[in-house]
Design a protein around this ligand. Structure first.
Ligand code: TYD
Ligand code: MG
Length: 464
């Protein structure tokens, strides 16, 4: 093994260097911010290169290199490698870019290893050798998983290893098209002291894998675990190193999973792909709206549908509200998949602007399917679902509500209305309630649009 590289401890807050680890940075006072890093092997120039007066010219020791004009740079974007796992390719922006590094983050047990094993199997079958390096599971465990899949992973090469140098050396020697490292928290380099999984190790390993990807043209996938409360030494510290960051999310109790790109140097961000986890692995769901609306019961009050944009793709989502008579004490406000403060704000708006009082009512809000409703366009559906529950009047089954609700109770237009309308039409919806100003001139066949200005006007329209 090579001699140990020189390391230093750098504060992630202020960047100060420390020769030894400490719990607190004595330059800026931040706690727990020191990270071990390898430092350049060559010591900074001293003594001989110093001028007599002690001054150095700027740039001394560097060499002059050519600076070609942008126009004269040759080459074009490399063809992408597709997996035919449609949703996966879509989220990446049309397939995997050779030589890129992709981080797949997600909670334990969500299906990251399953997804990447399927990806490996598909590459292998397409004649692109795949190497699956696992520090998490034994070869037998991986084989047992592979046996469940419809995709045949039999020819994928396995490497049960946690030492980064060994993984890179093996990959260099066998030259796979795709290298999968499961997970970044289990690999370590001998050049750093810390245990696998600490921030320094994770960052250094990721940086070296990135260099390997760029130099060899291998597509490198790295799994990173995220814990419920955010992340410790996890993917978040890696996001700026890698080319693409994918998050795999979903409720473990539900069988569908959402793959989301939060960073992509080779495609657009916030695209989602939806999968269903079955007995034989993950299957792409080509029409997510159908899945999210699938279990909707007819004619129950408190249910409203909205059309959200996930990346460039419109999705119809059901919002359920339940307002029930409160017991003693402060009434409860419980929101699942929706920001609790936003709910409090909407309740205040409904009270003040539409005369709908929730003071004596417990309020429960649920965005169906484990979806997180962040887009303001969903406000209107939340408001109308809650009103529907208070009045105990069901909303029309084929109605969609799209709009942001302002503090004055006004309904604001949202972006990309045409796309949302088209999705509503394709799922057999008939009426879409929108901000009056947002009503487009051209409507998809079968869609009727009702423009409304305020929430109270909307309630008159739907509950009269
Ligand atoms: P896994 O890929 O091991 O998750 P991660 O790598 O993110 O920790 O998947 C774990 C879960 O997926 C496990 O609870 C079993 C389930 N599963 C299926 O339901 N069907 C399948 O075909 C496979 C392989 C796993
Ligand atoms: Mg796993």
């Amino acid at each position: 093994m090579s001699a140990k590289a020189k390391t230093a401890y750098r504060c992630t807050e202020c960047g100060a260097d420390h020769p030894k680890w400490a719990g607190r940075c004595d330059t800026c006072g931040a706690w727990n911010s020191l990270v071990e890093e390898t430092v350049a092997r060559t010591a900074p120039a001293t003594g001989s290169s110093r001028r007599a007066g002690g001054a150095r010219t700027l740039g001394e020791g560097g060499s002059v290199v050519a600076t070609p004009r942008l126009r004269s740079v040759s080459g074009s974007e490399a063809a992408r490698w597709t997996t035919d796992l449609a949703e996966f390719d879509f989220v990446l922006g049309g397939g995997v870019v050779p030589g890129s590094m992709i981080l797949l983050g997600g909670e334990p047990g969500i299906g990251k290893s399953t997804l990447l094993l399927q990806v490996a199997a598909r590459f292998q079958l397409a004649g692109r050798p795949a190497l699956y390096a696992s520090g998490e599971e034994s070869a037998l465990q991986i084989k047992l998983r592979a046996d469940r899949l419809t995709d045949d992973a039999g020819d994928v090469s396995l490497l049960s290893e946690t030492n980064l140098e060994t993984i890179i050396a093996t990959a260099s020697a066998t030259a796979p098209s795709v290298l999968i490292v499961d997970s970044i928290q289990t690999v370590h380099t001998g050049d750093l002291e810390g245990a696998p999984g600490n921030v320094g190790q994770v960052r250094e390993c990721a940086a070296r894998l990135m260099r390997f990807a760029k130099e060899s043209g291998t597509a490198v996938f790295v799994v990173g675990h995220v814990t419920k409360g955010g992340s410790i030494a996890g993917p978040r510290t890696l996001e700026h190193i890698v080319d693409t960051v994918l998050y795999f999310e979903g409720e473990s109790s539900l069988d569908h999973r959402v793959l989301r790109a939060t960073k992509n140097r080779f495609g657009s961000v916030d695209e989602i792909g939806v999968f269903r986890m079955g007995q034989d692995g993950l299957a792409p769901v080509s029409n997510p709206s159908e899945l999210f609306l699938g279990d909707r019961t007819n004619h129950a009050s408190g249910s409203a549908v909205t059309a959200l944009l996930e990346g460039t793709r419109p999705v119809l989502i059901e919002v359920q509200g339940l307002a029930a008579k409160a017991g003693f004490g402060t009434p409860q406000r419980v929101a699942t998949g929706y920001d609790a403060r936003r709910l409090a704000l909407l309740l205040a708006v409904l009270d003040k602007r539409a005369g709908l009082s929730f003071a004596q009512l417990d309020v429960f809000l649920n965005v169906v399917g484990g979806v997180q409703l962040h887009e303001p366009a969903g406000d209107l559906a939340v408001a109308v679902a809650l009103a529907s529950s208070v009045y105990d009047r069901a909303l029309p089954h084929d109605a969609v509500f799209v709009g942001e609700v302002g503090l004055g109770g006004e309904i604001r237009p949202v972006s990309q209305v045409e796309r949302r309308l088209a999705e509503a039409a394709s799922l057999g919806m008939h009426t879409v309630y929108l901000a009056e100003r947002a009503v487009p001139k051209k409507l998809p066949a079968g869609i009727r649009v009702c423009g409304t200005r305020t929430v109270s006007q909307l309630f008159e329209q739907v509950f009269q």
